[in-house]
Design a binder for this molecule. Structure first.
Ligand code: HSE
Length: 311
């Protein structure tokens, strides 16, 4: 007998990862979102509860990231089933940590498990991307893909979709600060140039290749000198009042490098031990406070699993 309800967790993710604008991301252990889905007898998809969003998320099924993703999945496979969806946001919206991606992934992952559809992650991905699209207004998979697949993910191509999972050093730790300002991805994409100079494209491709090779060969020095974004970060840094202070604090404390995650305002820094990562996160957080902001800090290894069923 199949179960009538399911509760799942889907993780936050760091996207762009320096030079990988729209093409690289990795999953975190925390924070993340929880979704509960129950079958109902009405044949309708309904949002019955949203918590932790301060009233900011749309409750209409056609506007909410989770239900847009689920609806896209149900329609594609012609599934007539009634579902009640409860969304428990456990991370900031507009934080740069893939909040909308986690909600979209949690939705499609939960439905796949609940209805025993046995769809592959690549089958689920396009529907999670449809959910992400309503939140961000753009097609990008560098949060949804790592959130769904787990680990470190390269989107080699969007058309056709080509997702590559990259091996990474298991002792890589990520320190994160989330200053409590909201940056909407939609807005942070508008300020980017539509074209880049050839010289910049070459340098960015060099850094992106260097980062991938550094991760795969556990070459920390190569990782450190490759995590540089010449395209989005120079434009977006000015949206984050504590950017320079946080970056300096991380580097002064031995981080491999320090960058914006996604469209910000969260920033991340890699290091190679739990002790270093805690010290770096403390220093980054202090820099946020010294800039007159509040916020949160996290320390996480890369989460190799992605979403999980809680019950
Ligand atoms: N790659 C996207 C961007 C991620 O930087 O706009 C958004 O979270």
């Amino acid at each position: 007998m199949s179960s009538k309800s399911i509760r799942v967790f889907a993780p936050a993710s760091v996207s762009n990862v320096g030079p990988g604008f729209d093409m690289m991301g990795f999953a975190l252990h925390e924070p993340g979102d929880e979704i509960i889905i129950k079958k109902n007898n009405s044949n309708e998809l309904r949002i019955v509860n949203i918590e932790g969003d301060n009233g900011n998320l749309p409750k209409e099924v056609d506007k909410n990231t989770t239900t847009v993703a689920i609806k896209s999945l149900l329609e594609k496979y012609d599934l007539n089933v009634g579902l009640d969806v409860s969304i428990h946001k456990k991370m900031g919206i507009g934080s740069g940590l893939g909040s909308s991606a986690a909600s979209a992934v949690a939705g499609v992952f939960a439905v796949n498990e609940l209805l025993n559809l046995k769809l592959s992650k690549i089958d689920l991905l396009v529907h999670a991307m449809a959910g992400e699209f309503v939140a961000s207004g753009s097609i990008h998979a560098d949060n949804v893909a790592p959130c769904l697949f787990g680990g470190f993910v390269l989107i080699r191509s969007y058309n056709p979709l080509d997702i590559i999972q990259i091996d990474y050093p298991k002792n890589l730790y990520c320190s994160i600060v989330y200053p409590d300002i909201v940056i909407k991805t939609k807005e942070a994409r508008k300020i980017l140039s539509k074209t880049v100079k050839l010289k910049t494209a070459i340098a960015q491709a060099g850094n992106a290749s260097g980062l991938i090779i550094g991760l795969m060969t556990k070459n920390y020095e190569l990782i450190s000198r490759s995590i540089i974004d010449l395209i989005a970060e120079p434009k977006r840094a000015k949206l984050i009042p504590c950017y320079n202070r946080v970056r300096k604090a991380a580097l002064d404390n031995g981080a491999l490098n320090c960058n914006i995650t996604g469209s910000g305002p969260s920033m991340f820094a890699f290091s190679t031990s739990a002790k270093d990562a805690e010290r770096i996160a403390d220093a980054m957080f202090k820099a946020v406070i010294q800039s007159g902001l509040n916020g949160k800090k996290y320390v996480s290894k890369i989460n190799g699993k992605g979403p999980i069923v809680l019950e």
